[in-house]
Design a protein around this ligand. Structure first.
Ligand code: ANZ
Ligand code: ZN
Length: 881
């Protein structure tokens, strides 16, 4: 084989990338009314400077989606950008004295180049970086929209303070042990004035619209629903009584989802942080209460509420009156009641709530059953709380009601008698968006002693980050230390005022970037209504499950607020969501020392041992990470095999939403498959086949099919081609089963190996052409190179109008899928002697005639008529002499 006919990805990939770029092949088309628009979007990366396999998988999946949509005639928007604010740049500034902006831009340049090596069909003209002022001026503009709508406000809040990073953390950034997700430091509680967005005002909509998102994984919708956590119930008030049992002016209001159980309340319990605790604690209990509060303040929320942790508490000495039955019951504080949820107070109903049950057993509080299962006795709760619905007992005038009805009846009574009201409670809190850090989007307000909070006038945006900043890493935000920056005149009254020095949570920047892509060069607005409405909602969003809650929830919130401000005209930003699985690497671990060993240090993979101690190692697959030495560098794979092989492997190895185990042998396998395709197509081109031969395919096929002139090989080949079209089209519809699509390509290639050479040029050409178009989304460089070869063009010749990537997705010919002939086995006296191709629809008589007329019959019956003929249609004819 000549050297020129070998597959060398390194020789073709970079030059095709360059040519596509020069031809603007991936430019976003202008949309005309009635165009079929398709918006394919990957979650944009943080520019760490290094592309890892998780990124590669994410972007390759989206790229195939975008390429398939283009081939199917859609007008495609496939952009990319950078989630570029955040702590790493600032930490680099503190540790190494580099400028965060310059550091980030370098990383962006490096990653853009790595992305380009993958052959992604991205429209780089729409690239954005959230840290550039031409982007963040609009983040600030949008913040002012929230402020104007009354959806941004300041309040004092007990916040999580990371003493190492010197910043406030959101609850989600604190792990189950109360440590910072980033620095690992034990998080402290501090009271600080913070900015919030009122996402709770949209809690109902964010929940109620979830069923609309049919193209989202069920799991993600459930996670969002749980995060929002809507509970329907009531607030009920228990008057505090004095030592004589008379009502005082003080009352404790509890939130309950089970007002039907109020007759079973045997105590009321407050969160230790509840504001009434200090006032209501009696002298005798004071030291116990103080000690207990101190203990609880050192526990994390997770520790306090975990099901398997013991529930602890102390009585504070006071008593309250049950407003339903007048009973006097004790007031406690306990760790399992949280100050932040509901009213921070709970009525304890041990018979019907498991936590209360455990608590009551521990402190010998009464357990009184007030709900019984229909038709059962009163002791159903023994061993645990009865939490199901049932019928009320020991509940005075409500006895005999079903618990569902009783909820309504008791709430109505409470409302009528002034001791309660219906209440819907959400777990969702308002979104704390302020950060005391430099490398973020400045919050565009000014604080004036006489005017209060004054928005920075729109024409003064952006509020730019100053560059002359000292990064000591100590004492909070560098902006707060830069007097020259924060000292300004009040835009209202001109008096000396103070610029806000907090910056925004980076989730603010990522809550609207997908809108900006629709109109990324707009200098008058973040986006025009026309552009955003014509491209959005995003048709397919692809990203990691780690963003299942916050990023997606915040983006949905932004969308709804901007819709209500008249800035856009749709309810949900992302029509379909694909959460791709992890990329896992082979991992070696010494089970005794717990140390991870790099695969390169394992000399014999069939008997993996610790290179130092000789101990036998554990071997398993786990998400690739630096600390486990199990990562595979995309650049190394591309250098060795090319981007097309990397893409094919990633797509073939597992369905996109499942975890993928990186396996070198399988990568090698994909490389060999591409090599084989190269040989098949290149071989055909050398035999003189050209795309031009395909021109008459339709005519030939139509004529030939009519009078049955396609040879067996030609029929087989056509069937394989049209089966591949049918199956791959199916695999790419909606669910994106790329792995089975690649298997279908393999089957087609096998059929070509068997039948291509024996088929006439028009049919061979149809097969080659189809193979390359179907392959193009997966292995874009190889498909282009071979397409041009078959087209008789060299790489240097103009690509315009001829690229494989601007062809049309083929449609299957149903006639080709039908077998017109089938094999018929001929037996002589029950022994198989050969077979015949016969028309698939031949009847018994015809089959008998064909069998008798065959060479096999002539040879074995020696001209005599058989004594008996047995015909099994579709299978065999047995001739008995
Ligand atoms: C009495 C009761 C009786 C309750 C019963 C449940 C079962 P969700 O569904 O999560 O909203 N609760 C209320 N505020 C609380 C707080 N700040 N900390 C801890 N627990 C709190 O749960 C609502 C239920 O959780 C409420 O209904 C209350 O206990 C408890 F048979 O009230 B229930
Ligand atoms: Zn003022």
């Amino acid at each position: 084989m000549s050297e020129s006919s070998r597959y060398h990805p390194q020789a073709i990939e970079a030059s095709w990338q360059q040519q596509w770029q020069e031809q603007s092949l991936h430019a976003t088309p202008a949309l005309q009314p009635g165009d079929d628009a398709f918006y394919a979007l990957s979650m944009f990366p943080y520019p760490s400077g290094n592309l890892h396999m998780g990124h590669v998988r994410n972007y390759v999946i989206t790229d195939v989606v975008a390429r398939v949509a283009r081939l199917r005639g859609k007008r495609v928007l496939h952009p990319m950008g950078w989630d570029a604010f955040g702590l790493p740049a600032e930490n680099a500034a503190i540790e190494r004295g580099v400028d965060p902006g310059a550091w980030t831009d370098q990383n962006i340049a490096a990653m853009r180049q790595q992305l380009n090596q993958l052959g992604l069909s991205i429209d780089w003209d729409r690239e954005l970086a959230t840290c550039h002022s031409d982007y963040y001026r609009w983040t600030q503009w949008l913040f002012l929209q929230f402020l104007e709508a009354g959806l941004a406000y300041q309040k004092d809040a007990t916040v999580n303070w990371d003493p190492v990073d010197q910043t406030v953390l959101a609850n989600e950034q604190v792990d189950s042990e109360g440590r910072s997700w980033r620095s690992g430091a034990l998080v402290e509680k501090r009271k600080l004035r913070q900015w919030f967005l009122k996402i709770t005002a949209y809690a109902d909509q964010l929940l109620d619209d979830l069923p609309m998102l049919e193209g989202w994984p069920e799991r993600v919708r459930t996670m969002q629903a749980n995060w929002i956590g809507r509970s329907t119930g009531a607030e009920l008030s228990f008057p505090v009584v004095d030592a004589d049992g008379h009502d005082t002016a003080e009352r404790i209001t509890v939130f309950t989802t089970r007002p039907d159980t109020i007759y079973g309340a045997s105590y009321v319990v407050l969160a230790p942080e509840h504001p009434l605790v200090a006032r209501l604690t009696t002298e005798e209990q004071a030291i116990h209460v103080e000690a207990f509060c101190d203990l609880v303040s050192r526990q994390s929320e997770q520790e306090r509420t975990a099901d398997d942790k013991p529930k602890r508490g102390v009585p504070i000495g006071a008593r309250v009156r049950n407003p339903a039955n007048g009973e006097l019951i004790p007031l406690w504080i306990a760790d399992y009641v949280l100050a932040e949820y509901g009213t921070g107070a709970v009525m304890g109903v041990p018979a019907h709530d498991q936590r209360d049950f455990v608590f009551a057993r521990q402190y010998e509080l009464p357990v009184r059953q007030v709900i019984i299962p229909e038709g059962s006795d009163e002791h159903a709760y023994e061993g645990g709380a009865w939490t199901e619905a049932g019928v009320l007992i020991h509940s005075g005038r409500f006895d005999g009601l079903a618990s569902g009805e009783a909820k309504a009846a008791i709430t109505a009574a409470a409302e009528a008698e002034g001791w309660g009201r219906a209440k819907v409670q959400f777990r969702l809190r308002d979104w704390l968006i302020s950060r005391q850090r430099y490398w973020g989007c400045p919050i565009p307000v000014i604080h004036c002693d006489s005017c209060g909070v004054v928005p920075v006038p729109v024409e003064q945006l952006p509020v730019e980050l100053p560059r002359d900043v000292a990064f000591s890493g100590k004492g909070g935000s560098p902006l707060a230390q830069l007097e020259s920056w924060w000292q300004v005149a009040c835009p209202c009254c001109g008096a000396p005022a103070r610029r806000e020095t907090d910056t925004m949570d980076t989730f603010m920047c990522s809550s609207w970037y997908f809108l900006r892509y629709s109109d990324s060069h707009n200098t008058a607005l973040p986006f025009s209504r026309e552009a955003v409405d014509s491209w959005l909602p995003v048709d397919q969003y692809v990203g990691g499950i780690e963003h299942a809650i916050l990023h997606l929830l915040y983006s949905r919130f932004f969308t709804k607020v901007l819709r209500d401000r008249g800035l856009l005209g749709f309810d949900e930003p992302f029509q379909r969501l694909l959460t791709q699985g992890m990329v896992q690497g082979i991992t070696y671990k010494n089970p005794h020392s717990g140390k991870y060993i790099a695969p390169a240090d394992v000399t014999d993979p069939t008997d993996p041992r610790d290179p130092v101690t000789g101990e036998v190692l554990e071997v398993f697959y786990e998400k690739m990470s630096k600390s486990k030495y199990n990562g595979v560098d995309p650049a190394v794979v591309i250098d060795k095999y090319g981007a097309d092989t990397a893409r094919m492997f990633i797509l073939f190895k597992a369905p996109p939403e499942k975890d993928l185990e990186w396996d070198d042998a399988d990568v090698e396998g994909q490389f060999r498959f591409l090599q084989r395709i190269w040989r098949q197509v290149d071989g055909a081109a050398e035999r003189g086949l050209s795309l031009a031969d395909g021109a008459g395919t339709a005519a030939i096929v139509a004529g030939a099919l009519a009078d049955g002139e396609l040879s067996g090989d030609e029929q087989e080949l056509r069937r394989a081609v049209h089966t591949a079209i049918t199956e791959i089209s199916d695999d790419l519809d909606g669910d994106y089963q790329f792995n089975t699509a690649v298997s279908e390509l393999m089957k087609l290639s096998n059929a070509m190996a068997a039948h291509l050479e024996a088929s006439r040029p028009a049919l061979a050409c149809e097969a080659l052409r189809t193979l390359l178009i179907l392959l193009a989304p997966f292995a874009p460089h190889l498909a282009e190179e071979l397409w041009q070869k078959l087209g008789g063009r060299s790489q240097a010749e103009a690509l315009a109008g001829s690229s494989v990537h601007i062809q049309s997705w083929p449609s299957a010919d149903p006639a080709a899928l039908v077998r017109s002939t089938v094999p018929l086995v001929i037996q002589i006296k029950g022994k198989v002697r050969g077979s015949l191709e016969v028309p698939a629809d031949a009847d018994k008589a015809t089959l008998e005639q064909l069998a008798l007329a065959s060479d096999i019959a002539t040879k074995w019956l020696e001209g005599k008529a058989p004594s008996r003929v047995i015909v099994v249609p579709g299978k065999l004819v047995n001739l008995v002499p």
